[in-house]
Design a protein around this ligand. Structure first.
Ligand code: GN1
Ligand code: MG
Length: 341
């Protein structure tokens, strides 16, 4: 089935113009689609949700709808595009091969600041993600489905990692001895977070869980943040991970798969902290505020663990562009981790 046919399940179109891949997602396939209807040219986002990773696509859409409507009704001062219904009345069209397709409004004249790490961009982004947490602070976390079970349960991810090291299904363990060793040395950070979670010091909140530099959109004209996107992983979680994913992606001067030397920018870290706290300081607990920085080390270390696990497993989770992509990502994240620790 062509992308044009799939788009036709959502929109009345007089003339199809085309579909262009957009963004840097590691999981889903995202396109900008253009067509004409009633003499007007129109643009939307059309995306194939990876249903082998998101195993309950309906629950994902339910979470997104609940969160976008809560944001809309609670003064969230940015956009957060809600999904559009298909002609079948659902937020999905399932194609004959079982792929889940969905559409979102396209925000024109915007860009994601991925790999563009300056202080004002970091400050703006942290305010936007902070406002997101703020607008959702009274939405009970238990109302949301846990669409990827144990998403930031690092203890569980650790067990999967140890198992793959033991089984060595792709024959890559010997060649990754250094990275495995670095991972073992990172374990105390995971243990500290795990203890904090178990102590109840980190309340369950509605969290975004993918607050990277690629998921906040800026206006090309004003260079101000205009939207928070990619709500696929909104779930019950710990606020530390949302702060942590910002640290992981804004503080280094390189993208997460850049093989060259990385420098961390402490002024950006300060901007993230003050921007985030300007929106959240009045409702976060003191334990949450005290451990924001730990969130940065945690999520970066966990991301290294996830990339390394995927490398050792034979590249079964993340999309890769070249054979050693996951190993390069692992080394990059380990370098960021050791700078944050
Ligand atoms: C994946 O596909 P994307 O870029 O939205 C991943 C995140 C990772 C991120 C690393 C469902 O997100 O958890 O942090 O790659 N999403 C899932 O870039 O695993
Ligand atoms: Mg995502």
């Amino acid at each position: 089935m062509t992308l044009e046919t799939i788009a036709g399940k959502f929109f009345h179109m007089d003339r199809w113009i085309g579909a262009t891949p957009i963004g840097n997602g590691n999981i889903n396939d995202t396109y900008r689609i253009d067509f004409e209807a009633d003499g007007v040219s129109q643009t939307f986002i059309m995306q194939r949700l990876n249903h082998t990773i998101f195993r309950q696509p309906e629950a994902v859409m339910q979470n997104i709808c609940m969160v976008t409507s809560h944001l809309r009704d609670n003064g969230f001062p940015y956009e957060s595009p809600a999904p559009l219904a298909a002609f079948n009345g659902l937020f999905f069209y399932i194609d004959p091969s079982g792929n889940y397709w969905r559409c979102f409004p396209f925000l024109a004249d915007t860009y994601a600041p991925e790999g563009k790490t300056d202080i004002s961009t970091a400050l703006e982004s942290a305010k936007a993600y902070g406002a997101f947490a703020r607008a959702l602070r009274d939405l009970p976390a238990k109302n949301l489905a846990e669409t990827i079970p144990g998403f930031h349960d690092t203890d569980r991810r650790w067990d999967v990692f140890m198992q793959v090291v033991q089984d060595d299904p792709a024959g890559r363990v010997a060649g990754a001895a250094e990275e495995i060793d670095a991972m073992l040395r990172a374990k105390p950070v995971f243990d500290t977070v795990s203890k904090l979670k178990k102590s109840g010091d980190l309340p369950l909140r509605v969290t975004h869980n993918d607050t990277k530099a690629g998921n906040v959109l800026f206006s090309s004209h004003t260079h101000k943040a205009v939207a928070v996107i990619d709500l696929d992983t909104v779930m019950p979680g710990a606020i530390l991970s949302d702060f942590g994913d910002m640290v992981r992606t804004f503080v280094p001067d390189k993208m997460e798969d850049d093989p060259t030397e990385i420098t961390l920018n402490s002024a950006i870290l300060e901007a993230l902290t003050s921007g985030f706290l300007s929106e959240t300081a009045d409702f976060l607990t003191s334990a949450e505020k005290d451990h924001l920085l730990l969130g940065g080390a945690w999520i970066t270390g966990e991301q290294a663990l996830r990339f390394l696990t995927d490398w050792l497993a034979g590249d079964i989770y993340y999309k890769i562009q070249y054979p050693s992509h996951n190993l390069v990502r692992t080394r990059n994240q380990l370098a960021v981790f050791s700078g944050l620790r």
